[in-house]
Design a protein around this ligand. Structure first.
Ligand code: FAD
Length: 617
């Protein structure tokens, strides 16, 4: 068998980015997956982005990944969420055509040089001592490699539950689980645990009375990618309805028939994406729960019933669906189900997503205890880049918490671990104003360029965009706007008028007043998206500089390195809990140690003393 530099196991959202960025790093990469047709498959809702997740999708794009481009090729409804709130929480979200998204991911990957594909099931890993040396396929053949990235998603000992009575071994509906691989890795000494997640039923939209429901249109086509422009597709609406007391009554009556409450599921599920059973049990006072009917694609009438994820039997699902306004005569095309699977607690990884003490083995996506396409893609990007660096013998690249949501995601996983499926929120980041969707390119271009991840033409586009943004800012600082031009704009935003010519940068600080609008009043046309960066920098100047000062202050803690061989169990000055936790995580800096749960300020003080003594100071 040929030898590869990097082998990626799995063609989901983590696997696709890992393969793309490993190959973009210039190393020979093989993507092995159970079914080539399911590369880029969205297991659950057909949408990319949303709160914090949209920023991650843009960060992955800035690094040269494929999620943003694939989304643009498949987007059938675009919305910028949270526009009414501050820009730190603006989040692009696109409803996608499920089939087009899958096709786009595959064709983008096939365009990539240094990347090959193989349809096969991996049953084990080949080891050279504690170092990974390749993969073993189900037929016993071995493919050697310098590094392996495991991105097997919900497939590891996956088990689907459809009611308390029906349970099927599967990685997701219609695809077999991966049993041997999980056991093989576990036998090397890695810990596994179980999580669960679920998906709602799908319906035939023709059987729903959509005209009775609240129609929700998008904002019109827009885009995620900084590098490629896809032709816009026709845009489709979503519909809003609700599950009220009749649904509640049915679910309460059948609760013990659900896999979740019938006692057959042991794994924990995502708190922020609960099943409808969970919502009814945990929020008994709620009169009704929102349900969004989302299109599955342009050439299908099938719809995704967002909000009604369930593990109840098929017949009960149909019974409660028909109590939802607009769905009284609905035809259910596929039932919802719950799935339980193995994951590897991510505190077993370092910041490059390599398993500690098992050089060459990287992990990304749902196998690390996360949930969501974007979380998977973000980790795939980090693992792909670092696996390639490891085979080149180059130090790994780490993303700081103030630099990218990718940094927050990875640091949370490896430092704090997970006790429920982890998903991103803006509140997980301490520097929210710095980590915006509009400045993802500016934040990550230096890394992408330094690592050689971008083509010449992508680099040209990226630099041109940043220059345009800076020019918009410079113009905003230079030009003064006279009252005759400014006052109509200011009064439309509900603000006081001016009596003297005033700089655009000063006026743009006002809420609801956009720099692009002010400049266009002077006949200077600037793209709204380009001007948005300068606009935000003007509006939030004070807050931004405070966050930047905090980052600088914390950089001192980040610069205080902790030796990896520190014998924590012998450091009596540390509390017992801190000794245990620090020994398990082995933080590399004082800043990381400060984030380990159970480590107190006095433990940190003791740690500083011990490290200084260790250094002979
Ligand atoms: P996946 O997308 O699962 O991809 C895994 C890949 O690995 C597949 O291509 C598979 O074929 C391949 N593979 C597995 N084992 C092997 C092997 N041994 N050899 C070769 N290839 C292998 N996310 C949300 O954010 N919200 C939700 O509500 C939600 N609900 C979900 C409901 C269900 C039923 C499922 C299945 C998933 C749900 N998710 C949800 C999770 C979302 O689908 C995942 O987070 C995301 O797909 C994870 O991406 P991944 O790349 O880690 O894994």
């Amino acid at each position: 068998m040929d030898k590869y530099d990097v082998i990626v196991i799995g063609g989901g959202h983590a696997g696709a980015e890992a393969a793309a960025l490993s190959a973009r790093s210039g190393v020979r990469t093989l993507l092995v997956t159970q079914q080539l047709e399911s590369i880029g498959q969205m297991s659950c809702n057909p949408a990319i982005g949303g709160i914090a997740k949209g920023t991650v999708a843009r960060e992955v794009d800035a690094l040269g990944g494929i999620m943003g481009r694939a989304t643009d090729q498949a987007s059938i409804q675009f919305r910028m969420l949270n526009r009414s709130k501050g820009p730190a929480v603006w989040s692009p979200r696109a409803q996608c055509d499920r089939a087009l998204y899958r096709r786009a991911v595959r064709s983008l990957l096939e365009r990539q040089s240094d990347l090959e594909f193989l349809q096969a099931t991996v049953s084990g890993l080949k080891w050279n001592g504690s170092r990974v040396a390749g993969i073993v396929l189900q037929d016993g053949s071995v493919i050697p490699s310098g590094a392996v990235i495991l991105t097997a998603g919900t497939f590891l000992r996956g088990r689907i539950h459809l009611g308390a009575e029906t349970s099927i071994a599967a990685g997701r509906a219609g695809e077999p689980p991966s049993v041997e691989l999980s056991q093989a890795i576990q036998s090397q000494g890695l810990t596994t645990k179980r999580f669960k997640t679920g998906t709602p039923p799908r319906i035939d939209g023709r059987s729903a009375e959509l005209h009775r429901l609240t129609r929700q249109n998008g904002e019109g086509p827009s885009h995620f990618s900084f590098y490629e422009t896809a032709s816009p597709l026709p845009q489709l609406p979503c519909y809003l309805t609700y599950a009220g007391s009749a649904v509640k009554e049915i679910i309460q009556r059948h609760l013990l028939e659900s896999a979740l409450y019938g006692g057959v599921i042991s794994g924990r599920g995502p708190r922020y994406c609960p099943s409808v059973e969970d919502k009814i049990v945990k929020f008994p006072e709620a009169q009704r729960h929102q349900v969004f009917l989302e299109p599955e694609g342009l050439d299908t009438s099938e719809m995704y019933v967002n909000g009604l994820s369930t593990s109840l039997p098929r017949a009960v699902q149909l019974e409660f669906l028909r109590q939802v306004p607009g769905l009284e005569r609905v035809h259910m095309t596929r039932p919802g189900y719950a799935i339980e699977y193995d994951y590897f607690p991510p505190t077993q990884l370092d910041h490059s997503l390599q398993v500690k003490d098992m050089p060459g083995l990287f992990m990304a996506g749902q196998v690390n205890g996360t949930t969501g396409y974007e979380e998977a893609a973000g980790q795939g990007a980090v693992a792909g880049i670092n696996a390639a660096l490891s085979v080149k013998g180059v130090d790994s690249v780490l993303f700081r918490r103030d630099e990218a949501f990718l940094g927050v995601l990875v640091d949370d996983l490896v430092t704090r671990g997970v006790d429920e499926p982890y998903r991103l929120f803006t509140s997980r980041a301490e520097y929210r104003l710095l980590l915006r969707q509009d400045n993802a390119l500016r934040r990550l271009l230096p890394k992408a360029e330094g690592l050689g991840l971008l083509s010449e033409s992508e680099l040209r586009l990226a630099h041109r965009r940043l220059e345009q943004e800076e020019r918009a800012m410079a113009v905003g600082r230079e030009v003064a706007i006279c009252p005759a031009v400014a006052n109509p704009i200011l009064s439309a935003a509900g603000g006081n008028s001016i009596t003297e010519p005033t700089r655009a940068s000063v006026l743009a600080k006002r809420p609801g007043v956009s720099l692009a609008e002010l400049l266009s009043g002077l006949g200077i046309s600037v793209d709204h998206e380009v001007a948005a960066w300068a606009d935000i920098e003007f509006k939030y100047e004070g807050y931004l500089s405070r966050e930047r000062e905090d980052v600088e202050r914390l950089a001192k803690l980040d610069g205080f390195e902790i030796p990896s061989e520190l014998p924590y169990s012998e450091i009596n000055a540390l509390s017992f809990e801190a000794r245990e936790k620090l020994a398990a995580i082995r933080p590399v800096t004082l800043a990381q140690a400060s984030r380990v749960p159970g480590v107190s300020p006095s433990d940190l003080q003791s740690l500083v003393t011990v490290v200084l003594r260790h250094r002979g100071l």
